[in-house]
Design a binder for this molecule. Structure first.
Ligand code: ADP
Ligand code: ASP
Ligand code: MG
Length: 439
């Protein structure tokens, strides 16, 4: 039996946490493969090492002196090594990284050193082998993760190491340069290693006791979730429940390896099990599994009588957006109206080009952008069997005197998405939570 364990940044922020991690790993001999993140925040105003590395590289790429900025990073690692009292001298590594910064080795290379160095320390502390992720995690020419090649190489490499530390977050391109996943990507590495190790479980150790029904920064002490499906977890993560990277289910999904979210600071708690669809019973008590949300969306509203019967209307709208290199998030539509929800910054020039393009190709009666939208996703596989869930969500928001600007229900019927003004976001989320949990 093999268990793969991934530890997040807050679990490896200082020597004291390294000791807790060491205890957890050594407690179960099945915990054979370990994926560390870079050191995270030690207190709320602290800076994650990954952010320090990005900043330092930014200074280097402007051609400015990085001595002071780099020294702070070296200090973070040295204080861990000293705190642990282990015999490890990383000065050669630091020198070579600093030289590479000066030679502009790349932003991804810079960020990846956070995990790389932390992996070296953890391997030394545990007496495990160290496997550089650049050797075993591969990206394709177009920058996407190369699933097949990675699984083959990594599976063979793990066979050669009974116990090993494999740093998270990065891998390499076909030409050998370093590439990282998006932020929070060590979760993905953990999943890749779990699949390649043919593990029975992927334990993801963090600073909360599993998935909570909603963001603990918005609702005080929300209920925990015992069981959640891959699909639900992906919907919640994508919409802001930052516990686990939303892409981390893909590697383990085919192999049906469950993910267990655990708390490094409270290892006796069982945490949340993330399991394949339909193999378990939902947490019956609340119908819904969780609520998550994010701010920063823009909506493009288009009106034209009978647009539904006009062939190619939707395609022309979407191709105007595509030509600006923008992807869309949601597409709620009626017979005479269509809305396209977009995320992230969209410049005034981009907006004008999209409006002109659609006006010319679709001749709408009304078209306009509205910014400042927050989306809230109410997610739960229990909703399929419970009538009136949507009504309950909407009445919770209406009772809080909040106007709903958009509604969308995914075809899988496991989520309801609603859009509200950013200023109403937290209140709406709390109102929905209270309606389902306190009633
Ligand atoms: P790590 O550094 O271990 O990868 P993250 O910071 O990425 O940890 O994820 C854990 C954090 O996710 C928690 O500290 C918590 O603030 C936040 N979070 C957001 N939504 C939720 C939720 N629904 N349940 C639990 N934690 C949540
Ligand atoms: N260290 C990286 C980040 O801060 C990856 C991770 O922590 O998962 O995004
Ligand atoms: Mg994380």
């Amino acid at each position: 039996m093999v268990k793969v364990v991934k530890f997040g940044g807050s679990s490896l922020a200082d020597a004291e946490h390294f000791r807790m991690v060491e205890r957890i790993i050594l407690e179960e001999p099945e915990r054979r493969y370990v994926v560390p993140s870079a050191p995270g925040k030690r207190f709320s105003s602290d800076t994650k090492v990954t952010d320090m590395l990005y900043e330092c590289y930014q200074i280097a790429s402007q051609g400015d002196n990085i001595d002071a900025s780099f020294a702070k990073i070296v200090d973070r690692y040295n204080s861990i090594i000293e705190g642990l009292g282990i015999e490890l001298d990383l000065s050669k590594e630091f020198e070579s990284i600093k030289t590479s910064f000066a030679l502009h080795a790349g932003r991804d290379y810079a960020a990846s050193r956070g995990e790389y160095l932390n992996g070296l320390i953890l391997a030394k502390l545990l007496g495990f082998d160290f496997i550089d992720a650049a050797k075993v995690v591969r990206f394709a020419e177009d920058g996407t993760f190369d699933d097949e090649t990675t699984d083959k190489i990594l599976n063979a490499e793990l066979d050669r190491h009974y116990r090993a530390v494999i740093p998270g977050f990065y891998g390499s391109m076909p030409n050998g340069t370093i590439k990282t996943f998006s932020r929070g990507g060590s979760d993905i590495t953990g999943s890749i290693v779990a699949r390649a190790a043919r593990a029975t479980i992927y334990e993801n150790w963090t600073d909360v006791s599993g998935y909570l029904m909603t963001d603990p920064r918005i609702v005080d002490s929300p209920c925990g979730i015992n069981n959640i499906t891959y699909h639900e977890m992906r919907e919640l993560s994508y919409m802001g429940a930052g516990v686990l990277h939303e892409d981390s289910i893909f590697p383990v999904r085919a192999a049906k390896i469950p993910i267990n979210i655990r708390n490094t600071n409270d290892p006796s708690v069982k945490g949340t099990m993330i399991v394949p669809n339909g193999t378990d019973i939902p947490d019956e008590a609340h119908i819904i599994t969780g609520i998550a949300g994010r701010k920063g969306f823009t909506i493009l509203n288009i009106e034209k009588a009978h647009m539904n019967s006009e062939i190619g209307f939707g395609r022309r709208v979407l191709s105007a957006i595509e030509s600006e290199g923008i992807t869309f998030e949601h597409l709620p539509s009626g017979i005479d109206t269509m809305s396209v929800v977009l995320s992230g910054e969209i410049s005034v020039d981009q907006k004008n080009r999209i409006l002109n393009n659609i006006c010319a190709t679709c001749l709408p009666e009304y078209i306009g952008f509205e910014g400042g939208l927050a989306l809230i996703a109410v997610v739960g596989r229990g909703m399929v069997h419970n009538k009136g869930t949507a009504a309950k969500v909407f009445s919770a928001v209406a009772d809080a005197n909040i106007n709903i600007r958009m509604i969308d229900q995914g075809s899988s019927e496991i989520n309801i998405i609603l859009g509200v003004d950013e200023k109403d976001f937290e209140t709406a989320l709390r109102a929905i939570y209270d309606k389902f949990v306190k009633h």
